[in-house]
Structure formats: C-alpha cells, structure tokens
Design a protein around this ligand. Structure first.
Ligand code: ACO
Length: 320
C-alpha cells in the first residue's frame, strides 16, 4: 500500500499587491524584481489568517476527491507562520471542516513543509496505520515580513494548497527528506523572543532574515541532488517524469535545476509570477493548478521538490 493523491485544492487571498505597489513603499523597481525573481505580483492576506486559508484549500481538495471530512484519519498541516503557538493549525482546520475522526498536527519545515508532510503521511499509510489523509502547505509570511526591508519584502506572498491521499496500490513511489541545522542562520525568523516576567518585557515577534545568495547556492545544488536521489533509489529514469513541480522561490532557481537535470524547461511549470514565494504553499498550489488544468493523467509520474529554512529539503516521486 502507498498513499495516492486523489484530490487537490488551493486558496490565495483576493488582495493583489503588484511590484509597482511595493515600489511606493521601498526603494525597488518592477524591473529589478522581475529580472531577479520572475515575480510580477503576489497575494496578501488582509482578512484571513493561516488556518482560514488552509481550511479553504482543504475544502476544495476534499471536494475534488469526492470525500467527506468525516472520512479523514489524519490531517498534517505544514506551516512556518501559524496563527497561534497552540492550538495548532491542523486542529483549527479539523474544527473548521468538521473532520471529527482525524488526528491533527502541524509540521514546521518552512518551504519544504509540504514535502515533509507528504513523506510523513506516506509512512502512516504505507504502514497501514491510517487509510486517508489530508495534507496542507500554508503560509502567511506577510505577517513575518519587514515591509521596510526591500531584500525580502518583494519575494513573498500568502496562500494555501492541500491534497487528499488514500491508501492504494499506486501513488507515492518514493520520497526523501534532508536537513542541515548548521545552516539555520542563513534563513530565519525568530518567534516571540525576549520576553518574560523577570525582565518585564513583552515578547517580540521577529522578521524574516535571509542571506539570499547563500540560499540560492544551496537550492541550485541540493534540489537537483535530492531529485536524482529519489529517482535513483526508486529505479526511475528521469525521462519518465512528466513534470518537476518545484518550490517557487525564484524562476532562476527553477531554470538552473532544469539545466542541471538536463531537462527541458517546459517540464518545470512555474506560477511564481502571479503569487511570489508562498513558502510551504507553492508546491501544492502549483500541483492544484496542473490538476485543474487537466494536465495530469492517471499513470503520469511527477516529482515534487522543496527547499527552505532549517535548512531543509525534500523530494517525492508520485504516480498520478
Ligand atoms: N530592489 C532593488 N534592489 C535590491 C532589492 C530590491 N528589492 N533587493 C536587494 N537589492 C539590491 C541589493 O541591495 C544589492 O545592491 P548592492 O549591489 O548595491 O549592494 C543588489 O540589489 C544585489 O543584491 P543581491 O542580494 O546580490 O541580489 P541577488 O541577485 O542575489 O538576488 C535574491 C537576490 C532574489 C533574493 C536571490 O538571492 C534569491 O532568489 N535567493 C534565493 C531566495 C530563496 O530561494 N529563498 C527561499 C526562501 S524560502 C523559505 O524557506 C522561507
């Protein structure tokens, strides 16, 4: 048995923020942002938080799967921008959608979160512990962004993507995950630090810090490596793969990965231009777009791959 994706869904907030909008608040230009990143605009959550976006994506995934929330055994929500320390976002989604029979918890692996959630539920489904799962990648990085820091504020957007999996004969073929905590400082966001009753201070929420070039170098090396690993360990020829659904952090990273893998760029779909980097949500949003556009047919092989804070990375080979 393995986990097969039987439904996908996504949600992005209505509010569009263009590069021109950002050029009014920081010293930047549309030309700089587009040429360095490929981003034209992003969606920013004004009225909704992380769990609400996640619940909206989850409902759409359940509808696509033709499944009722009560049938779910487990909900894993991957985020690095939860609304609360507790209750966790997965429990909030459980309550919102009425998945009363599911166990629900969060996973924190930044932009690799969706791949980590997929690998984790896969282990439960493969072991026969659970039969149905909902996984969600969601982030609301706009609330962790320093809107005066032009080096980061132009990069991110908010959104959520979800997938429903069921234990079947085919589906997730193989997955790999990796972490390197020694590189944590190159991409970080401290949470609620500095406060306690002895120093009399209230805790402060940190902002995203990123050494862009270090992350770039890490991504263009690690993503092709983990894709090659997942293919090698599963005995799959790279030419059997229809799409490489990669974390949308920068179109130049996607281009570089395609080049290193010696694969045509049309096998690497991108939507970063419309949404920016939605962190843990980029892969499931892109997957949902491909699914709804009818680009995925039963038997197609796709590879999903993510990388991000931790540092973390992961890839999964999936038969549709
Ligand atoms: N507008 C105009 N100029 C800018 C901006 C901006 N928004 N941001 C930075 N600059 C300037 C810098 O100050 C610098 O100026 P200087 O040469 O006078 O010092 C110049 O542009 C070049 O800056 P670099 O940082 O060298 O630009 P680079 O080409 O590396 O591009 C970028 C920056 C886009 C961030 C790139 O490094 C990148 O994409 N890195 C990977 C990011 C990534 O993948 N992040 C994933 C995070 S996911 C997660 O886990 C949350």
């Amino acid at each position: 048995m393995t986990g097969r994706i039987i439904g996908t869904g996504s949600y992005v907030p209505e509010q569009v923020v263009t590069n021109e909008d950002l050029a009014k608040i920081v010293d930047t230009t549309d030309e700089w942002i587009v040429t360095r990143t490929g981003i034209h605009e992003r969606r920013i959550a004004v009225h909704e938080g992380t769990s609400e976006m996640a619940a909206k994506a989850a409902r759409r995934a359940l509808e696509d799967a033709g499944m009722e929330a009560g049938e779910l055994d487990i909900i894993l929500l991957a985020t690095s921008s939860p609304d609360n320390c507790f209750p966790n976002g997965a429990c909030e989604v459980q309550a919102a959608i009425g998945a009363k029979n599911a166990v629900a918890f969060d996973i924190s692996a930044a932009c690799s979160g969706f791949e980590f959630a997929l690998s984790t539920v896969q282990a439960f489904l493969q072991a026969g512990i659970y039969k149905t799962a909902l996984i969600i990648g969601v982030d609301c990085l706009s609330k962790l962004t320093d809107w005066n820091d032009r080096s980061t504020c132009v990069l991110f957007g908010d959104g959520a993507g979800a997938a429903v999996l069921r234990a079947e004969e085919t589906g997730v073929i193989h997955s790999v995950m990796g972490s390197d905590g020694t590189k944590g400082p190159v991409l970080s966001c401290s949470a609620r630090t500095g406060g306690n009753f002895l120093n009399g201070k209230r805790p402060e929420l940190g902002f995203i810090y990123m050494d862009g070039q270090e992350v770039f170098k890490f991504a263009v090396k690690k993503v092709p490596e983990c894709i090659q690993q997942v293919l090698k360990e599963s005995g799959t020829d790279i030419d059997e793969v229809k799409y490489f659904v990669l974390h949308q952090a920068n179109y130049r990273i996607c281009e570089s990965v395609a080049k290193r893998l010696k694969q045509p760029l049309d096998k690497v779909p991108m939507n970063i231009g419309s949404y920016g980097n939605t962190s843990g949500a980029t892969v499931p949003i892109l997957l949902d777009e491909l699914n709804r556009q009818g680009k995925l047919e039963r038997g197609d092989k796709i590879v999903m791959a993510g990388f991000g804070g931790g540092l973390t990375w992961g890839a999964a080979l999936v038969e549709w």
